[in-house]
Ligand binder design. Sequence first.
Ligand code: AP5
Length: 256
Amino acid sequence: MEQNIARQVTRVFVEGQTSTTMANRTRPFNNRTCEAPYLIFLGPPGSGKGTQAEKLHQNFRLVQISTGNLFREHISNGTELGVKVKDILAKGELVPDDLTIGMVVDRLAKPDTIMGVVFDGFPRTLDQALALQYRLDEKRKCITAVIQFKISDEQIIERLSSRRMCPKDNTIYNLKSNAPKHDEQCDLCGTLLVMRNDDKPEVVGHRLQVYRQQTEPLIEFYREQDMLVEIDASRGIEEITTQMDEWMPMFIYDAN
Ligand code: AP5
């Protein structure tokens, strides 16, 4: 049965010509057996990581660990961590590794993560990547794959200038490509949508720079470990979700 699924998935990849390396990916990193899928979404701001992570949560029950959302929750709850990171987020800088790693470790300790996680926006530095691998090793878990979202800067700037977000439940909208049903109100809870502080054009430029300098090197780090899978993030939301849905059986098969 498992072999059939693997063959079927392999065929999808070959016929779709998504990537030649994908077809061979029948075991996770270092041939270890993972208990559940642990996926990393890696990509620049506005590339659609949060949108697709939410779909994976809905469709496959993976827990979405979005460090950006976690920080924003701390800020709106006025916690000690929130006070420390508020200005850092507003400027588009990265939060120091020790604070970020500590927050992720706490979240990973919750029992719901046992069935699988999609890391959305984490890791973003080499130290974060090493800390994650160390932590998962300790728990006898491993990263199944790292999905790299590829998109041009022009599209990023366009998407972020029209992004709106529900401050209550973090649902993401876009006034052009993913509009709410009622004028700038959350479809789920009716709360008035907001534009993120760091989506102002001057901050977006800086976030892109920070991504290039501090996060982009992770692409090679994961490629060298044969964990990287590229996705063309310039396409429409549904098209990308369909591709992810096709890939998921392979990641889940890997994990069992
Ligand atoms: P975070 O919230 O993680 O921001 P980001 O990584 O910069 O990513 P975004 O949330 O901006 O974009 P996204 O890729 O999720 O795109 P989305 O799906 O929303 O981090 C914020 C800050 O927190 C950081 O700057 C830093 O200060 C701090 N931080 C977070 N993690 C950290 C870490 N690990 N270490 C240190 N500091 C950290 O989509 C964007 C828009 O496009 C939406 O409007 C959406 O509706 C639309 N859209 C999505 N997909 C498509 C599509 N296919 N076609 C058309 N429109 C689309």
